[in-house]
Design a protein. Structure first.
Length: 484
């Protein structure tokens, strides 16, 4: 392409490429988190290490909602071996794809400035940065949700009802639902967009067919996971402070909507971004009124809408500056991103530290390896803290888990099956040294089960602590038998 006068202009890079590369850079920065793995990631890690048969047997009892994610990570561990890099790396390009989709949607609906601003903003959102480096499926859901929304926008803009495109849309929604079936809340958000766009009858028919097919495909998973609803019993009921975050997001999105200047007869960013943010958040709040389920990561994909509305604000700022100076307008986005990066730097650093998570399963394993002696026994309070053994079995070589009746793999569970309290007490009294792995805090505090009560009471009555260390949310204590 040549400009008047014979000068050859350089081809412009696609708008989505810059946010994609920017988000990848953010994701690779501090990916190992000082070689730490917290309990949620440990669940992914230990299940991915099992055989396909063992995973299938476990899913019959627990965590069927994450079945696709576990099988995907199992394949990666088989190909590349287990490591924190392999565990978290899929989330990096996934979030980057979400940012690229935001950029392309913004560009299509309101121009390059809106698209570029929204795409760059997505990777800076603190919640997104948390899951950008997380060995869980929520970043993958964000990527699929971004793709399905982009497909919807493209079809509404082109006013073409190609079954191939609608099939791709339905597949994207289905895969997201198999990763986390609460992602189906994106469908009423897209419904609101269709209504706002005044879509034609053919579009409604094809969207309904694609949505129904995706929902039907996910229905068996949804229904079976209901039999494992005890897994989410830890989620507290809704309180006002839980709703502060969604309320702030909605207020900011509303401010962005006021700045949106849609072109006559065309779909606007607000018609896409506002429902994408509001409907999943409000939908999960509504569900939680009957069954407590409100956890922000379950609707992480709704932050795609937040980024779109942020793009509207940045686009309006660029336009306001352009009226005065075109050269100055080119510097608005880089300056805005730089300022936001500096302001959010403490948050960014915090998200990349081990302290940003509840605990770290690798640190106590290293402590056990330093303190263990031949013939030592090991105990876990509660039994779920056995994840540190499952992730780092080599650190526990030579130790006997005297409370364990059936291993997690054989029992088809995450934490294994333990002996009854009397048997555990007998096994403890036959030992001279016992290493206890528990949560940080007072190990003599109230127990959550009779088995844990037997462990702690026997330690208090017949053993004395000779070494104790709290490390990254866990506590390791070495007990020796008291002299009669």
């Amino acid at each position: 392409m040549t400009k008047p006068g014979g000068l050859r202009s350089r081809p412009c890079a696609p708008v989505w490429l810059v946010p994609f590369l920017w988000t990848v850079a953010l994701g690779l920065w501090g990916l190992s988190r000082e070689d730490s793995v917290w309990r949620d990631e440990a669940a992914t890690w230990q299940v991915a290490l099992r055989s396909t048969g063992d995973i299938t047997r476990m899913l019959e009892h627990v965590d069927v909602v994450h079945s696709l994610s576990y099988l995907f990570m199992h394949a990666l561990f088989e190909c590349f071996g287990p490591s924190t890099t392999v565990l978290r790396l899929p989330s990096v390009p996934a979030v980057a794809v979400g940012a690229a989709c935001v950029a392309e949607i913004g560009r299509r609906l309101s121009g390059s400035a809106v698209g570029l601003g929204g795409g760059l903003a997505f990777g800076l959102i603190p919640s997104v940065q948390f899951h950008l480096q997380e060995g869980r499926p929520y970043a993958l859901v964000a990527a699929g949700s971004g793709l399905s929304t982009l497909l919807l926008v493209a079809m509404l803009q082109e006013r073409r009802n190609r079954w191939g495109h609608w099939t791709a849309y339905g597949c994207a929604v289905l895969v997201c639902a198999l990763l986390n079936w609460l992602s189906l809340l994106i469908l009423p958000a897209h419904l609101a967009t269709l209504a706002r766009a005044r879509a034609g009858r053919g579009t409604w028919v094809r969207w309904t067919a694609a949505s129904a097919a995706a929902t039907a495909g996910a229905a068996p998973l949804v229904l079976f996971s209901r039999t494992q609803s005890g897994q989410v019993s830890w989620i507290p009921p809704l309180t006002w402070h839980v709703l502060i975050g969604p309320a702030v997001l909605l207020a900011l999105a509303g401010a962005g909507a006021l700045l949106d200047r849609p072109r006559a007869g065309r779909l606007s960013v607000t018609a896409v971004g506002l429902p994408l943010l509001a409907v999943p958040q409000l939908g999960l709040v509504g569900i939680s009124l009957f069954k407590p389920l409100f956890v922000d990561r379950y609707v992480l994909f709704s932050l795609l809408g937040t980024a779109l509305m942020a793009g509207v604000v940045l686009g309006a700022l660029v336009e306001a500056v352009r009226r005065r100076s075109r050269s100055a307008a080119r510097r608005v986005l880089p300056c805005a991103v730089a300022v936001a990066s500096v302001v959010l730097l403490p948050q960014s650093l915090a998200k990349r530290s081990p302290q940003s998570r509840v605990d770290d399963v690798l640190a106590p394993a290293a402590q056990v390896e330093r303190w263990k002696r031949p013939g030592d026994a090991v105990l876990f309070v509660p039994a779920a803290r056995r994840d540190t053994w499952s992730v780092s079995p080599e650190a526990f070589a030579g130790l006997r888990d005297i409370a364990l009746k059936e291993t997690p793999e054989r029992s088809g569970t995450l934490k294994g099956v333990e002996w009854d309290a009397a048997r555990i007490r007998t096994e403890m009294l036959a030992r001279q040294r016992v290493i206890l792995v528990t949560d940080a805090g007072d190990a003599s505090g109230p127990a959550v089960s009779a088995r844990d009560g037997a462990k702690l009471s026997t330690l208090r009555e017949h053993f004395r602590p000779v070494a104790d260390e709290q490390v990254r949310g866990r506590r390791v204590t070495v007990y020796e038998r008291r002299t009669p």
